[in-house]
Write a protein that binds this ligand. Structure first.
Ligand code: GLN
Ligand code: ZN
Length: 760
């Protein structure tokens, strides 16, 4: 049996690509140096995959920022505002990814969205009416040739035509159908070009096929591929799906003139059922995603073998595969020096998953699979009792009832009480929580970890930072302050460290967007709040000012969604265990005089099942109550805020309102404030702070621009419900741009307040 993977992480074992890119952005290295780092990573990854025994190796899984953006550039779908800058092609690409402000102009970045149900983000391609879609890029071909020079005939990976069109935003009057012809032609050219280069296979990634598909979606998919495959010659084509099953188009995909179909057996609830019901075409190879590309728990070989045996009843043409790209797991366990072997032996990162694939291959090829050493060892490992569990916590979760999820008095009454208490001006200004994590804070934390700085000195430094931050906010004139989150490396890891049941990795970085990586902690056992987590920092900050300082916590759903979750208990059980802990912290903050508490649910939408039919039962039915539970015990005069990254919640707007927070802030600036109409239509009750500028880019918004955004907001949101804030935390930004931006924000809020105070 052959093996392959869908893609490999490209940030480098020690995030070399991130650091090189950031240096490039700052002008510290040139394009040639950046390209060298990139090439070294690619060649290292190729060699690793080859030596692991993998049979088919992908290429073009590398990207400087994002593969969807790469595809847009490959197909010449580049908005004019970027090409008009007259920059080099690499800098035009980065301008689309990050925005550009400099000698050549001032443009915003493309919108960025979550990649299906992951914490990775892609850049949303914009297709303008005058877009001239055709093959113009060379990257996939260059990378194929580069690998070939190193004696590896790779399988290039490209975002598929259907997924590309489904993800794109059409900015003019034209729609998908106006571009199917040209897109199909471009893909034909891609296949032709690969044929001429000597490629044997090409992989088109089509994750959009796992979503609910309408009849016209299916028509679009089929017609695209009928066109693309019609002139297929020597190159074999694989359509690769992941993040679920393809129940809506399984029969259609089977009848296409394809050579391979990639299916996900991990997240695809119905994948096996589809094969059992419909069979699998004899003329095609099944790329069977059986090694989890999203989680780090070691594969259970016995279970996998059972599935393989089931599949074999329908087809013998199987290539063992990962369930999705390994982009979503860290690179290698090799650098985890501090993690005890008793933990490590349960984990596999990308590199170790290559070994798993190889072992599984040997087991399936063996005459006596059950006697293979790797099989026996794996079985032993899975038979171990991994964690003892905490009965007290389990009982508490089991005892929760409906009334635990209800905060009284109800919203409208609380709103009155809180207006009376805080006496905030119209359009109160605030920030989302974090302030720039400058080099001094980061190096102090490193020094603390290495033992060269003692805890007292470290805490002193954090206090100084908090004091500076409070002073700055007072000077700027913000209305509701924050302490700045300097004590946190990350909004999830920090809490994980304070919770029993979590364990931590040292180098398990996973790309989130562009150069930004996260290091998700691991839910190892039952969760318990071991100690107060934020109380000392919040109370210290509050002691320095008369203005309210928001207590700042991360919500249970986000904590879980940004961790590697357990697989031995349900997500629901884990979420409630975390909710128990966060609720204790909320009550502790309140008891210590904190009057406003923000509980971030940045990632609430992230794990929403991709199919609508699964939303309620598989997710919202526990995610929303978990949030309600964390604040149902606070006093009416305590104001609960929540924050969400991205405003992509039009379709769950009622559920968001139903979280029953007093205020919600969210990203809106990148999506042209489209969410505001939805808020209005739905009579959204919660007070709102739609972000007035995009913090994901270093660009400083002008006062006028912020006023424009606010005026638009005022036309759709009730004035006494509107807050003024950036769209996310400021921790990745520098001080200079932050101060300039916030100055403009406060000024804009003041002017709008003045202009509106006469009319209210
Ligand atoms: N409070 C967090 C911060 O300001 C929220 C971050 C986020 O939403 N990703 O950094
Ligand atoms: Zn955010």
């Amino acid at each position: 049996m052959n093996t392959t993977i869908i893609g490999y992480p490209r940030i480098g074992n020690l995030r070399e690509l991130k650091f090189a890119s950031e240096k490039y952005f700052k002008g510290e290295i040139n394009a040639k140096e950046l390209n060298e780092t990139a090439k070294n990573i690619r060649l290292y990854n190729l060699k690793l995959q080859k030596e692991s025994g993998l049979n088919f190796i992908p290429s073009n899984d590398f990207s400087f920022y994002d593969n969807v953006l790469d595809t847009a550039f490959l197909l010449n779908a580049i908005p004019e505002r970027y090409t008009a800058l007259g920059l080099s092609s690499l800098d035009t690409y980065f301008a689309a990814a990050r925005g550009y402000q400099g000698e050549n102009g001032d443009v915003k970045a493309l919108a960025m969205k979550k990649w299906y149900n992951t914490n990775y983000h892609y850049m949303v391609p914009e297709i303008e009416d005058n877009a001239d879609i055709r093959l113009t890029g060379t990257k996939p071909f260059d990378l194929f040739s580069e690998a070939l020079e190193n004696n590896i005939n790779t399988r290039p990976v490209i975002t598929g035509a259907y997924t590309f069109l489904k993800l794109a935003r059409f900015t003019g009057t034209k729609t998908v159908t106006d571009f199917t012809e040209s897109v199909a032609k471009a893909y034909i050219s891609i296949l032709d070009k690969f044929a001429s280069l000597g490629a044997k296979w090409v992989q088109f990634d089509e994750p959009s096929l796992v979503k609910d598909m309408t009849a016209s979606d299916i028509t679009l998919f089929v017609s695209l591929y009928e066109k693309i495959l019609a002139s297929k010659k020597d190159v074999k084509v694989l359509i690769q799906t992941y993040f679920g099953d393809i129940r809506d188009c399984y029969k259609d995909i089977c009848s296409l003139n394809l050579d391979g179909i990639g299916l996900d057996f991990i997240e695809g609830k119905e994948t096996l059922k589809l094969i059992k019901a419909n069979g699998f075409p004899k003329d095609k190879i099944l790329f069977a995603g059986l090694v989890n590309g999203k989680n780090i728990w070691r594969n259970n070989y016995e279970n996998t073998l059972n599935i393989i045996n089931e599949i074999k009843k329908y087809t013998e043409n199987i290539v063992l595969n990962t369930s999705c790209s390994l982009l979503h797991v860290p690179c290698t366990l090799k650098n985890e020096e501090k993690l005890d072997e008793s933990y490590k032996k349960h984990f596999t990162y990308a590199e170790e998953k290559l070994t798993e694939l190889n072992e599984l291959k040997n087991i399936t090829d063996s005459k006596e699979p059950l006697n293979e050493t790797s099989f026996i060892n794996n079985k032993k490992l899975h038979a171990e009792t991994r964690t003892g569990g905490n009965q007290e916590i389990r009982n508490k979760v089991a005892a929760l009832t409906e009334k635990d999820f209800v905060r009284l008095p109800e919203f409208a009454e609380r709103e009155k009480i809180q207006k009376e208490r805080f006496k905030l001006p119209l359009f109160p200004s605030t920030t989302i929580g974090s302030f720039p994590q400058t080099a001094d804070v980061k190096s102090a934390r490193t020094a603390l970890r290495k033992g060269s700085l003692n805890i007292n000195d470290y805490e002193k430094l954090i206090e100084n930072k908090i004091a500076e931050c409070i002073a700055l906010q007072e000077e700027l004139g913000l209305d509701v302050l924050v302490h700045g989150e300097f004590e946190r490396n990350d909004m999830v890891e920090y809490f994980g460290e304070c919770l029993e049941g979590y364990i931590f990795t040292e180098k398990a970085w996973v790309q989130s967007y562009g150069t930004r990586c996260v290091k998700p902690p691991v839910v190892w056992g039952d969760i318990k709040r071991a100690k107060p987590m934020t109380v000392r920092w919040s109370t210290y900050a509050q002691s320095l000012t008369d203005k309210p300082v928001k207590g700042m916590l991360t919500g249970p759903v986000t904590i879980l969604n940004w961790s590697f979750p357990r697989e031995d208990i349900s997500l629901k059980e884990s979420v409630f265990q975390i909710a128990l802990a966060i609720r204790e912290e909320v009550l502790d903050l309140e008891a210590n005089g904190i009057s406003i508490i923000q509980v971030d649910e940045a990632a609430l939408r992230e794990k929403l099942p991709l199919r609508k039919s699964d939303w309620k039962e598989d997710y919202l039915d526990f995610a929303i109550p978990a949030f309600r539970y964390i604040h149902s015990g606070v006093k009416p005069e305590t104001q609960i805020h929540t924050h969400m990254c991205y405003s992509e919640f039009a379709d769950i707007i009622k559920d968001i309102d139903n979280m029953d927070a007093d205020v919600i802030t969210f990203e809106a600036s990148r999506s042209d404030l489209a969410i505001l109409d939805v808020l209005k239509e739905n009579n959204f009750r919660t007070e709102v702070g739609p972000g007035v500028y995009d913090i994901h880019s270093p660009r400083v918004p002008s006062k006028e621009e912020i006023k424009d955004a606010l005026n638009k907001m005022i036309s759709l949101v009730k004035k006494d419900k509107l807050w003024v804030n950036p769209d996310c935390g400021l921790k990745t930004r520098g001080n200079t741009e932050t101060i300039k931006s916030l100055k403009n924000l406060v000024e804009a809020a003041k002017e709008i307040r003045y202009e509106n105070s006469r009319t209210i």
